[in-house]
Design a protein around this ligand. Structure first.
Ligand SMILES: [Zn+2]
Length: 251
């Protein structure tokens, strides 16, 4: 965390948020890409330490990117209950046992799409995102249409998106605008323009994130993200402290 903070200060950021992955399956097992939940305590402690160290220079927010997998709600609740995170991001990476953004599962995704078409897959994914929102556990939806990762575009699915965004609005949540997709085969910012227009119409707040998995990535295409947000008429982005959303206006 200290390395990330150091880089953030050097690159002129005033604020940084850590959102390590937490993936827990309904049977209690975890995935290899996940933070070990037994280490949550030290994760929180490390954030407290860097927050102190960089106080005045950099605001440090602490969260998690938590996988929603039907049936894991209760475990998540119990696991996260005792920590005071600034915010939690909810994400869907698993559709019917397939990890949609894993290169080793790409062939399974393509097989599924070959069989039933992308619209069906997109719908199934979006319904899961809607369920994640309805758990009420999260403050932000991460990379809401990462299901496009391998370059597929839905020709349908507008209603599924609308349903999800209405739920997001009802729950007072934010949508993340992410540059992750710019370093994936789809080569596009998440969410799509179609989702962005609806998000704007519903006046849903946006957070921006680079989904950095290395220090070098912390500002990946950051200017493009801000320009993208502005292009849809937004004059601010959201930052979240202790579950409270605050808008930061652009200068
Ligand atoms: Zn993710």
């Amino acid at each position: 965390m200290s390395d990330y903070c150091e880089a953030a200060v050097r690159k002129g950021f005033e604020e940084i948020a850590f959102t390590d992955h937490l993936t827990v399956f309904p049977n209690g097992s975890s995935s290899t890409g996940s933070l070990d939940w037994l280490r949550l305590e030290s994760y929180v402690e490390e954030a407290r330490m860097v927050s102190e160290k960089y106080g005045g220079k950099l605001t440090v927010r602490l969260g998690l990117e938590v996988d929603y997998i039907p049936g894991n709600e209760k475990i998540l609740e119990d696991m996260l209950d005792s920590y005071d995170f600034d915010f939690l991001m909810g994400s869907v990476h698993f559709v019917g046992g397939i990890c949609i953004d894993s290169p080793s599962h790409r062939i399974l995704v393509e097989k599924e799409i070959g069989k039933n078409g992308f619209n069906k897959f997109y719908s199934a994914y979006m319904r899961l995102v809607g369920k994640a929102v309805e758990t009420g556990l999260f403050n932000v939806v991460s990379h809401i249409d990462i299901v496009r990762i391998w370059g597929f575009t839905p020709s349908d699915g507008f209603l599924d998106e609308q349903n999800v965004l209405r739920l997001v609005k009802q729950h007072g949540m934010c949508i993340e605008v992410s540059s992750r997709g710019l370093r994936q085969p789809v080569n596009s910012i998440y969410p799509s323009q179609r989702i962005m227009r609806k998000t704007r119409e519903l006046e849903i707040s946006l957070t921006v994130g680079t989904d950095a998995h290395s220090v070098e990535e912390i500002d990946y295409a950051y200017d493009s993200l801000i320009n993208y947000v502005k292009a849809f008429g937004y004059d601010s982005i959201a930052t979240i402290s202790k579950r409270r959303i605050m808008e930061r206006k652009f200068e």
